[in-house]
Design a binder for this molecule. Structure first.
Ligand code: K1U
Ligand code: ZN
Length: 180
């Protein structure tokens, strides 16, 4: 298994629209394992393939408290939705930022499993919110797109500052460090 790099906002690759998965093979199952490992390590409750720069319609989610309920959604579609639920969301591609996002409260979704079998289910609560968030990723959409331009500007500045601070504290591989 491997830990994958998660793209961070405003990386333009996060805006790529993902293509349908058409091959259900061992390589796909290995990719799913790597995505779960990366998601648990982050830590997070969901991860879309877009976030690891793989532009296929693949999502992993585990909203359990003990990492014991892995769910894989391939080529997901929302069949119907009802109700409105606005709640605070985070995103591994926008680290440390949380804000309110309007979502449907309940959804009926269909998707393929790792064997290519179609599944359908009625989802609510955190699972419904998380699947809607992850499906946005597959369209190249981020939760910050629901916020004002002013908030997005502030978020970009904050993340930029944090990235610069990280780069100063730990120079990139191959970079020189000054001696005391
Ligand atoms: O898509 C992502 O970047 C994952 C994201 C999913 C999500 C969270 C909240 C609402 C909607 C979608 C995250 O997992 S952010 C981290 C997070 O919420 C969390 C991390 C550890 C424990 C519990 C939650
Ligand atoms: Zn996200």
């Amino acid at each position: 298994m491997a830990l994958l790099t998660i793209l961070e906002y405003p990386d333009p690759r996060l805006r790529t629209k993902a293509q349908p998965v058409s091959v259900f093979d061992a390589a796909l199952r290995s990719r799913v394992d790597d995505m779960f490992e990366t998601m648990y390590a982050a830590p997070g409750i969901g991860l879309a393939a877009t976030q690891i720069d793989w532009h296929q319609r693949l999502i992993v989610i585990d909203v359990s408290e003990n990492n014991a309920s892995r769910q894989v959604f391939i080529n997901p579609e929302i069949v119907s939705s009802e109700g409105a639920a606005t709640g605070e969301e985070g995103c591994l591609s926008v680290p440390g930022i949380y804000d309110d996002v309007p979502r449907a409260e309940r959804i009926v979704a269909r998707w393929q499993d790792v064997n290519g079998q179609w599944q359908q289910g009625a989802l609510d609560g955190m699972l419904a919110v998380c699947l809607q968030h992850e499906m946005d990723h597959l369209e190249g959409k981020l939760f910050v797109d629901y916020l004002s331009e002013l908030k997005r500007q502030r978020i970009r500045k904050k993340l930029d500052k944090e990235r610069r601070a990280r780069a100063t504290a730990r120079p990139a591989a191959g970079g020189r460090t000054s001696s005391p």
